[in-house]
Design a protein around this ligand. Structure first.
Ligand SMILES: Nc1ncnc2c1ncn2[C@@H]1O[C@H](COP(=O)(O)OP(=O)(O)OP(=O)(O)O)[C@@H](O)[C@H]1O
Ligand SMILES: CC(C)(CO)[C@@H](O)C(=O)[O-]
Ligand code: BAL
Length: 363
């Protein structure tokens, strides 16, 4: 039988991140080969899916996976199926060299701190091609495009899904593929993308996937802005105003905590909206060359499991306060101004705060 020729990435030579023992696996078959002995040895695998452009939010998830598993696998894959046709697939930050350095640093930290971690390092990074991930061809990005997709309704069409109609279909589809390839004992997702965590939990439950879903807390900059790969688009002027979303959600949380009568949706969300309106009014009083404009996409008070909007919070159940804002491109950019990655396009920021059920909060 004729042998198929192999590219360097699929040859049997083992690729590693330089100066580390982190394997770089670029094909489904390579992951399967790596995974098999660990199943037989009963060594657990924790999996952290990412789209690269790694930051402290990703690092915190990798550390969590290393505390609880013998092996940690990180995927770096910019999944086209979760980008809408008009979204930023073409400019999404791809930073392989910097990501490798982050993983190498973490690998050393895990090796040096044997006491805190079960894993002695990062075992592998899975960086597949789209041809490998979508054998039937480039996935459709339009709502009615043909293809093999995992869909969860109605969760996928509210909030983030209302603004990004194919987003959760793309996320669920790629995560189903990744979970089938890596076969993790535990998967790690960040609280920052709260609706994504609800979708993944529902998918794991509804399709009986043999993996535990672990959610890590949102990692923030000192001024409260949630770390996010897309923050690189902001540039200095918009970055200074970007914490407004977190500040607005905190105002809503404070209104809730204030108690009497403050369990009502309007009382809670009006506090967030007032804060955002005041920040915007201050900005609009500035000259175009100095100001920052943003639009609120949504501010939401929703059920922790279904993400359906709530009229009132049941303290025994808790709730999710979440929001999204669109930071508009700066006006009148100055010649030496740092406008951000890709000349500072419109950036959509999301964030959330969980109102814990009363019993949990008291514990
Ligand atoms: N600030 C953060 N704290 C904790 N986890 C995070 C944070 N930001 C992202 N994550 C998690 O990291 C995982 C990979 O996310 P991803 O690679 O899309 O990064 P991102 O910063 O969310 O990117 P983007 O800016 O495109 O939304 C997801 O589970 C996501 O929720
Ligand atoms: C989970 C994920 C890696 C799927 O592409 C992505 O949605 C992300 O990075 O949050
Ligand atoms: N962090 C979720 C990936 C996305 O927004 O495309």
């Amino acid at each position: 039988m004729a042998c198929r020729s192999t590219s360097p990435s699929s040859s049997s030579a083992v690729e590693k991140i330089p100066s580390t023992s982190i394997r770089v696996l670029r094909s489904v078959e390579a992951v399967r080969r790596w995974r098999r002995p660990h199943t037989l040895d009963r060594r657990t695998v924790g999996f952290v899916p990412t789209m690269g452009a790694l930051h402290e939010g990703h690092v915190s998830l990798i550390r969590a996976a290393a505390r609880e598993n013998h092996h940690v696998v990180v995927s770096v894959y910019v999944n086209p199926a979760q980008f809408g046709i008009a979204e930023d697939l073409g400019s999404y930050p791809v930073t392989w060299a910097a990501d490798s350095a982050v993983l190498a640093r973490l690998d050393r930290e895990l090796a040096d701190d044997g006491a805190g971690f079960l894993a002695a390092g990062v075992s592998a990074v899975f960086a597949p091609s789209t041809a490998d991930m979508y054998p039937a061809g480039f996935p459709g990005q339009a709502p009615d495009s043909p293809g093999s997709f995992v869909t969860l309704t109605p969760i996928s069409s509210v909030l983030e899904g209302a603004s990004r109609p194919t987003f959760f279909r793309g996320v669920a589809t790629v995560c189903m593929k990744l979970f089938n390839i890596v076969q993790p004992d535990r998967v790690y997702f960040g609280q920052k993308d709260v609706q994504q965590t609800v979708v993944i939990r529902a998918m794991v439950r509804d399709f009986m996937l043999p993996t535990a879903v672990v959610i890590g807390p949102t990692v923030r900059a000192p001024d409260g802005l949630a770390q996010s790969s897309r923050n690189v688009y902001l540039g200095a002027r918009r970055r200074a105003v970007a914490p407004v979303l977190h500040d607005a959600l905190r105002a809503a949380e404070t209104a809730y905590s204030a108690g009497a009568g403050a369990r009502d949706r309007d009382a809670i969300l009006d506090a967030a909206r007032s804060l955002a309106d005041a920040v915007l009014a201050d900005q609009m009083a500035l000259a175009p060359a100095q100001r920052v404009r943003f639009e609120i996409d949504y501010l939401s008070l929703s059920d922790p499991e279904t993400m359906q909007e709530l009229a009132q919070v049941d303290p025994a159940r808790g709730a999710i306060l979440s929001g999204a804002i669109r930071m508009l491109p700066v006006e009148d950019p100055q010649p030496d101004e740092d406008r951000g990655h890709s000349d500072g396009p419109l950036v959509r920021l999301i964030d959330n705060i969980i109102i814990q059920p009363a019993d949990t909060a008291a514990a």
